[in-house]
Design a protein around this ligand. Structure first.
Ligand SMILES: NC(=O)c1ccc[n+]([C@@H]2O[C@H](COP(=O)([O-])OP(=O)(O)OC[C@H]3O[C@@H](n4cnc5c(N)ncnc54)[C@H](OP(=O)(O)O)[C@@H]3O)[C@@H](O)[C@H]2O)c1
Length: 329
């Protein structure tokens, strides 16, 4: 028979091995499968030309969802579309390539109309486009802060407003937004990025409460920790048009494949907030939510390490528990 001590040990081991919050892990284990819940749904993905959005396109197409692929680089979207067609039984007309610049808010109505003209409906909008930031506040131009808010916050809010009007008319839908662990927790070197993601969290938490008369419309925020993608390569540095000198190695992060598998489980089961991260980041989510004083202590330690890693030319999230060595190449 299992003793209380063994039970506690078992729970601790499970938590150490966990890479998402309990609700999401439950949804992934016993909830509705994406191949059932999302089959034939029309899913509009922004930022589908690389990283998490690209992988979302592959897994959603394999689940039988019809897709709208948006981002600025049209050639990359066509590449993603070709691979989606290879991976699925979808036909050419089931995937619409729709170039979109989230910063061009005056185009968002026309883009939404183009989707509706092609598919007659939008079941799921995944607001995934975004850029991150690497740089200390005192060294960073204020224009970087305004660019981050324009893209990550206002661009997302604008496209949401157009799509939500359609969903309200239709009486059903999911608006899922890829926020970040930085939407809940302060992240040194990313103060503008964290501010834009905190704004996203505040906006969508409020919108969800405004929509209580529409129980079939789900507002979902997705909060990943570090995940393999082009995010660091594309991050803002201290100046708007200056690329980051060294993105660092990304190998230590959660795989894009695993992150997206969890996102699909969350979408299939209409989970309202998803925490997706390997340890120690998952622990930080829980501490931040339930024991803020301890969270401040731990995040200060991790934050100091993050800045040290950055100054040593490494990815900011690498080597939390070892002494960072500067890159030689
Ligand atoms: N990877 C992580 O560690 C991580 C962690 C937490 C949250 N996130 C969030 O995950 C989301 C996806 O990022 P990712 O990690 O997959 O990074 P990524 O590989 O750099 O992808 C970012 C996507 O955003 C698009 N994009 C950038 N500027 C745009 C604009 N003006 N208009 C339209 N699309 C634009 C890019 O496409 P084009 O360049 O073709 O426009 C690209 O498809 C972001 O919201 C990010 O904040 C990522």
């Amino acid at each position: 028979m299992c003793t209380v001590k063994q039970l506690h040990e078992d729970m601790l081991i499970r938590f150490i091995a966990a890479d998402a919050d309990l609700t999401l892990l439950w949804a992934a284990a016993v909830g509705k499968r994406p191949g059932v819940a999302l089959r034939q749904k029309v899913v509009w993905i922004t930022g589908a030309s690389s990283g998490i959005g690209e992988e979302l396109a592959y897994q959603l197409s394999a689940s039988g969802a019809r897709l709208v692929l948006s981002a600025r680089r049209e050639n990359e979207l066509h590449r993603v579309k070709r691979k989606c067609l290879e991976l699925s039984s979808l036909e050419d007309e089931d995937i619409l390539v729709l170039p979109l610049d989230l910063l061009d808010r005056s185009s968002h109505r026309e883009k939404t109309d183009a989707v509706l003209q092609h598919f007659s409906k939008i079941d799921v909008l995944v607001n995934n486009s975004g850029r991150s930031q690497r740089g200390l506040f005192l060294n960073t131009d204020i224009d970087v802060y305004s660019s981050l808010m324009e893209l990550n916050y206002l661009g997302t809010v604008s496209i949401t407003q157009h799509v939500l009007q359609h969903m309200i008319h239709h009486g059903d839908g999911i608006i899922a937004t890829v926020s970040s662990i930085a939407g809940l927790v302060g992240a040194p070197l990313s103060s503008g990025y964290a501010a834009s993601k905190h704004a996203i969290q505040g906006f969508f938490n409020t919108l969800r409460t405004e929509l209580t008369d529409y129980p079939n419309i789900t507002i979902s925020t997705i909060c990943p920790g570090p995940v393999v993608s082009q995010i660091v390569h594309n991050a803002f540095s201290e100046q708007v048009n200056k690329p980051l000198s060294n993105a660092g190695d990304q190998y230590h992060k959660m795989s894009t494949e695993r992150c997206v598998r969890l996102i699909l489980a969350g979408l299939s089961n209409r989970v309202k907030e998803m925490w997706i991260a390997q340890q120690p980041f998952l622990l930080v989510f829980y501490l931040w939510q339930y024991t803020p004083t301890l969270a401040w202590y731990i995040t200060s330690l991790l934050g100091r390490k993050r800045v040290q890693n950055f100054k040593a030319g490494l990815d900011a999230d690498t080597a939390y528990f070892t002494k960072p060595k500067a890159k030689t190449s």
